[in-house]
Design a protein around this ligand. Structure first.
Ligand code: ZN
Ligand code: ZN
Ligand code: ZN
Length: 352
């Protein structure tokens, strides 16, 4: 049985198992829970239950804890610092709190580009914590332009390329130039072309020397016959495709050039006799370099080529007296046989 000499200093609790070694002559297993109540001294004794003899006793001194500072924790950016005090009995507490140090930020500015916003990065030199703010807007792209001219088949355009990021797009499309062909329509030039994508009309330019062109007319169609062209003249044509942008007509490049020598006017022939021989005459036909003369001896049913002249009259000196001869004339140009005139009206007379 355990007993305290002063229960106000040490109180005895429940007996427990423990090993107690007393000197080197006695070994036993005993145990007891004791509570230190207040400072002071008391004797804790173990009595033999049968004999009431003291088996052993301990002088217990109850004192204050003896705290010593065990561990100083430094403050961080966000946490307080403190010191841990521990008594050799195992009781401990925290004290001597120090303020959190707070972050120590340095700022680095990242400039805006044309693809990303700019911002400022704040980074704590102590703990590495970082955050971004002060965002700035993206910069505009820095475009350079490359113009691709329209061809006869494809629209032209401008390529915009950013020198900073390479962003690229095409815009400002220009009309393709038409490709024209030319044919003869009732002796007059007829020019034709395929519709040009995006065109709303076509401007037609004409030249008589192949060098100086003047605007002739416009059409929304894809052909034009120059019915007002004079006979026996060479005309040159070129065409622009046109679209209207914001109320302003914008034209393509010029088409290729096509030319045509208009069909010569048929001569107006008169007939008389010269020393009894049939003599035919006519006024000069614009563009003519010679005149082909055809003759019929069967009353105007069939004509045969007789001769040609560069003059404006012809006397058929080998005609037979008493016979009636019919004549027709064609105006001819050395420029092209395609422009040869139609026959003049027939004239006839009896040779003498
Ligand atoms: Zn203690
Ligand atoms: Zn920090
Ligand atoms: Zn860019």
């Amino acid at each position: 049985m355990w007993r305290s000499s002063d229960e106000s200093i040490i109180s005895i609790g429940e007996a427990k198992q423990s090993t107690v070694i007393i000197g080197n002559s006695f070994t036993g297993t005993y145990g007891v829970a004791v509570t230190a109540v207040k400072k002071g001294k008391a004797t804790l004794s173990l009595y033999d239950d049968s004999s009431g003899m003291v088996i052993c006793s301990f002088l217990i001194k109850v004192t204050d804890h003896n705290f010593i500072s065990e561990n100083v924790v430094e403050p961080t950016c966000t946490e307080q610092g403190y010191t841990t005090y521990i008594c050799e009995c195992g009781v401990s507490y925290f004290a001597d709190y120090t303020e959190a140090a707070g972050h120590s930020y340095t700022a680095v500015v990242t400039d805006s580009t044309c693809t990303t916003r700019g911002y400022t990065t704040h980074t704590c030199t102590t703990c590495g914590h970082s955050y971004k703010d002060s965002y700035t807007d993206k910069l505009p792209h820095d475009y350079t332009t490359t113009v691709t001219a329209p061809t006869t088949k494809k629209m032209g355009y401008t390529t915009y390329t950013c020198t900073e990021c390479g962003d690229s797009y095409k815009a400002d499309y220009t009309l393709a130039a038409p490709t024209i062909s030319i044919t003869r329509s009732s002796g007059k030039p007829k020019i034709s072309w395929k519709a040009v994508t995006g065109a709303t009309k076509y401007y037609i330019y004409r030249s008589t020397d192949g060098k100086t062109y003047s605007y002739l007319t416009s059409t929304t169609k894809t052909s034009y016959t120059n019915t007002g062209a004079a006979s026996g003249k060479k005309y040159y044509y070129k065409v622009k495709a046109v679209k209207v942008v914001n109320g302003t007509a914008v034209g393509s490049a010029y088409s290729n050039v096509k030319s045509l020598f208009t069909t010569l006017a048929a001569p107006t022939v008169s007939i008389t006799r010269s020393s009894g021989h049939p003599k035919i005459s006519w006024k000069a036909v614009t563009g003519a370099t010679k005149y082909n003369i055809y003759r019929s001896t069967d009353g105007g049913k069939t004509y045969k080529y007789l001769t040609y002249t560069t003059k404006l009259s012809y006397t058929n000196t080998k005609a037979t007296a008493g016979k009636t001869y019919y004549y027709k004339v064609k105006a001819v140009t050395s420029a092209t046989s395609a422009a040869t005139s139609a026959y003049s009206k027939a004239v006839y007379i009896k040779a003498k």
